[in-house]
Design a protein around this ligand. Structure first.
Ligand code: NAD
Length: 244
């Protein structure tokens, strides 16, 4: 497949997990890929690393100086946060919203002048099943992903006139370094992994490649009529009710 031949993409958080798998898939299908990340991570040979902290507008502006043409933005970088509204501090709320939500606005805002010149402009945001399903002990994180879902719709509406499509993917629990870190902090990582797998109706975690494939689907010029949608990649977690 070479549907992205001649197109240029930015993937935020391309150093690891879903972002890395997406950068590799876009590259394999013909795109030139820039990975905006704090760290190069695993992207050497796959994407051009541009050091960027999406929580800081000056850093985003500096990163965009490296880009002269652009068709696709994958807003994927985010951080997790555990806790309830009782345990989360105001500082944590502001920190996580600044990265997970304002980070998307910041990167997309900087991309708009270039995207307006593209004939295949598309933005895909990595949202989460946490936007639409209550998950215990994830108050801040879930609220940020709810905001990403709403922001996707608002951006799709505002930039229809610019011919920029905006969509999002909603993964379930995906087998990435993020989840491996979570498991590493659990008192019984094997039991915790089993519990996460059991929560997925398919009985297994989602793979980073499955999410990447859905991101590429939404970013593809072949989906020219698809905007303002969210695509579940969650093993059925959002919609299915399986009797035990
Ligand atoms: N893994 C899951 O179970 C899961 C489920 C649903 C949604 N998601 C979403 O998928 C996306 C990617 O998650 P992942 O599991 O691949 O995570 P990951 O931790 O493996 O990768 C995240 C990447 O983002 C980068 N990053 C973090 N903060 C940044 C910043 N301020 N500026 C630039 N880069 C930054 C990190 O350096 C890292 O390379 C996130 O939006 C996450 O919310 C993940």
């Amino acid at each position: 497949m070479s549907e992205f031949q001649g197109l240029t993409a930015i993937v935020t958080g391309a150093g690891s997990g879903i972002g890395l798998a997406t950068a590799a898939m876009l590259r394999d299908r013909g795109a030139s890929v820039y990975g905006f990340d704090l760290n190069e991570g695993g992207m050497s040979g796959i994407a051009t690393w541009v050091k960027c902290d999406i929580s800081d507008d000056a850093s985003v502006q500096e990163a965009f100086k490296k880009i002269s043409t652009l068709d696709i933005v994958i807003n994927n970088a985010a951080i997790g946060a555990s806790g309830t509204i009782e345990t989360a501090t105001d500082e944590e709320w502001l920190k996580v919203f600044n990265i997970n939500v304002v980070g998307i606005a910041r990167v997309s805002r900087a991309a708009l002048p270039l995207l307006r010149k593209s004939k295949a402009a598309a933005i895909v945001n990595t949202c989460s099943v946490a936007a639409t399903a209550g998950i215990p002990n994830r108050a801040i994180y879930s609220a940020t992903k709810g905001a990403v879902l709403s922001l996707t719709l608002a951006m799709a509406t505002d930039h229809l006139k610019d011919r920029i499509r905006v969509n999002c993917v909603n993964p379930g629990t995906a087998d990435t370094p993020w989840v491996q870190r979570l498991l590493g902090n659990a008192s019984d990582p094997a039991a915790e992994r089993k519990a996460l797998e059991a929560r997925q109706p398919m009985g297994r975690l989602v793979s980073a490649e499955e999410v990447a494939s859905s991101i590429c689907y939404l970013a593809s010029p072949m989906q020219g009529s698809t905007t303002g949608t969210s695509l579940g990649v969650d093993g059925g977690l959002q919609g299915l009710r399986i009797p035990k």
